[in-house]
Design a protein around this ligand. Structure first.
Ligand code: X8Z
Ligand code: ZN
Length: 620
């Protein structure tokens, strides 16, 4: 025997021994599946614990931005990423053929374990990634600008001062100042950081076997056709958006005439909101029947001495009236519902599930306004969802898709803000007539300023990021592309010249904070589907009865509606979202029928009003 033959024999022996040791070859599939089951049960406890630890550190930082809290938060998030990586590697090493397991539920869980996002990065790269994200969010949360009226006052924050000016000021120069300063100071300085962030984020996506981060985000919707489905929904609703855009443009032209040219675009600083994302704050300038009594309850809330706490109690009462779960004691004890004045915090509202089945909190710099009352319900919807699926296995404790999580509180809020309900809870005077046609149109109009105006914005933010992540657009075009989409989809333009020295997308929280945004578009569509179905369940809406239109429905106190919603939400992500959708609505698809049905009387009214004014919907 030559030395070569010996070497080959030895090599073959090693291979045979190795193969014998490979559990997948040694054990039957049934054995392996039951082993995987046990591993997952064991993991549940450990994962919850890790998750709890990292959220405690993250909460400490978000509610008190300082260097020490930042350091601890970053350490804990690295620790948590290492843990996720380790368990995912364990799964692939121990069960290399897990994709071929017979139990679809087991495969679903293992799939969730092996898609790690940024945690898949090597440790040093993960550290960079987390540091960049933290730097950008910190910059956003701590940016201040100088006042327009009092030039030496330079400590105005987004919440509450700038939001209030954008909401209330009708002084074009002041609005322009605030808009420009905020965009220049919050967005511009993070442009280079964002570019680096995009690179590392894409590396992570590739390590997870996705082409880029946009593809990784879309994966949560579990549908090959999702992008096309969303585009189709937008095309269905675009005519309605164009009607409201044209009507608002005509009304604003009467107020700020010299700001408009014949391109048909609306200047972005005149719409009552820093990002022109929803326009309800210019209701008083644009209302169809301005002589009718106002249905904005902000004044009433102030007069009645509402506090942030009272707003959360009112919301809790609505949830429990449906037979849903009351907020636990820990929630009331630990939440932060007012902006503290002794430290810096991440003011952007958020809801937190600490993964231990006990600790659930909201962080919100709540103001006593009707808009914030809706945001309170929005955040409470997140916690309600967390509570409903808290007994699911760890990897199913999430929304059926990200849009579902955003839709829960908004669905309830569609009832809460009906004039009928506001009367019932004493926020609208009993003597105000609400059943007449003109008040209905006013109400639907204010809802459209919120929901319909939001559609193109909630779509374009991720269209923009998809284009960046897949390389269609590079850093030399970051700002140009942003305004290309803002113009194309929203029909708006910046109040002054912008250049590539600016990074205006970075002036919106979810870009520096790296939060996917398509979820809000999806939510806006499906919350009307949920509302319609729950309203039928509550006997509050009858498609055949003109006296019971969808927009008047209030599901308050309907246990039937509550239990239908709970049945779907308590499934968490244990089943693909169409199945959850079927439980709640009886249908498996997202569709625009319900939202169109809701706004039908307004669409008719707007079309006629624009025609009468000779205002042609659309822009150049
Ligand atoms: O970010 C939020 C919530 C937290 S999930 C306050 N929203 C989006 C935004 O503020 O841009 C709710 C509506 C859209
Ligand atoms: Zn939300």
């Amino acid at each position: 025997m030559t030395i070569w033959t010996l070497a080959i024999v030895a090599f073959l022996l090693i291979c045979i021994i190795d193969a014998w040791n490979l559990p997948s070859l040694r054990k039957s599939t049934n054995d392996l599946e039951s082993e995987a089951h046990s591993y997952l049960v064991e993991l549940d406890q450990l994962s919850s614990q890790k998750c709890y630890e990292s959220y405690v550190a993250e909460w400490a930082y978000a509610t008190d931005i300082n260097d020490e809290n930042e350091k601890v938060k970053l350490e804990l998030s690295l620790d948590s990423a290492k843990f996720s990586k380790e368990i995912s590697q364990n799964v692939t090493a121990t069960f290399p053929l897990w994709r071929e397991f017979k139990d679809p539920d087991l495969v679903r869980k293992l799939k969730k374990i092996t898609i790690l996002g940024a945690a898949r990065l090597p440790d040093d790269q993960f550290k960079k990634y987390a540091q960049l994200e933290t730097d950008m969010t910190k910059h956003y949360s701590t940016t201040t600008i100088c006042s327009f009226k009092y030039k030496e006052t330079c400590n105005l924050s987004l919440e509450p001062e700038l939001t209030k000016i954008m909401r209330e000021s009708r002084n074009e120069e002041e609005l322009r100042h605030v808009w420009t300063e905020w965009h220049d100071k919050s967005g511009g300085p993070i442009k280079q950081t964002y570019k680096k962030f995009v690179e590392i984020s894409n590396q992570a996506a590739k390590l997870n076997d996705f082409n880029d981060t946009g593809a990784l985000w879309l994966n949560s919707y579990e549908s090959e056709t999702f992008k096309d489905d969303v585009e189709e929904l937008w095309q269905t609703l675009k005519p309605l958006y164009q009607q409201i855009h044209a009507y608002v443009r005509a009304k604003l032209r009467n107020v700020y005439g010299d700001q408009f040219s014949d391109d048909g675009l609306i200047p972005a600083h005149l719409l009552g909101n820093m990002w022109a994302q929803s326009w309800e704050n210019i209701d008083s300038l644009t209302s169809p029947y301005p002589n009718k009594a106002s249905i904005d309850v902000t004044e009433q809330m102030i007069q009645q001495g509402y506090t942030p706490l009272k707003m959360f109690q009112v919301s809790d009462e609505f949830f429990t009236s449906l037979g849903l779960i009351a907020m636990p004691d820990e929630f009331w004890k630990e939440s932060l519902i007012e902006k503290p004045d002794n430290r810096q915090v991440v003011c952007h509202a958020s809801a937190w599930d600490f993964c231990n089945g006990k600790d659930f909190r909201i962080k919100q710099c709540t103001r006593v306004t009707a808009t914030d009352l809706v945001i309170v319900h929005h955040e409470m919807g997140h916690i309600q969802y967390d509570l409903l699926y808290k007994d699911q296995p760890y990897f199913y404790r999430e929304g059926a898709n990200p849009g579902f999580h955003e839709a829960v509180g908004d669905t309830l809020a569609l009832s809460v803000i009906t004039p009928k309900h506001l009367k019932e809870i004493g926020l609208l005077d009993e003597s105000i007539p609400i059943d007449d046609y003109e008040t209905s149109i006013n109400f639907l109009f204010s809802m459209a300023l919120n929901k319909i105006a939001f559609l193109p914005f909630s779509y374009l933010i991720d269209k923009y990021r998809w284009d960046i992540y897949d390389g269609t657009v590079d850093e030399s075009q970051y700002n140009t592309h942003w305004w290309r989409l803002r113009k194309e989809y929203q029909g708006i333009k910046p109040p002054n010249a912008r250049s590539e020295a600016n990074f205006d997308a970075g002036a919106k929280y979810h870009v520096p904070a790296n939060v996917e945004y398509l979820r809000y578009f999806v939510s806006t569509i499906i919350q009307f589907q949920f509302h319609r179905s729950l309203c039928i369940e509550a006997g509050q809406y009858d498609p055949l009865d003109p006296k019971k239109p969808l927009h008047n429905c209030d599901i308050y106190r309907s246990k039937a509606a509550g239990s239908k919603l709970a049945a779907g939400l308590s499934m968490g992500s244990s089943k693909p979202w169409p199945e959850v959708m079927r439980v709640i609505t009886g249908q498996e698809k997202m569709d625009a029928y319900a939202i169109r049905e809701y706004f039908k009387p307004l669409e008719k009214w707007l079309t006629a009003a624009n025609e009468e004014m000779g205002e042609i919907p659309g822009w150049k």
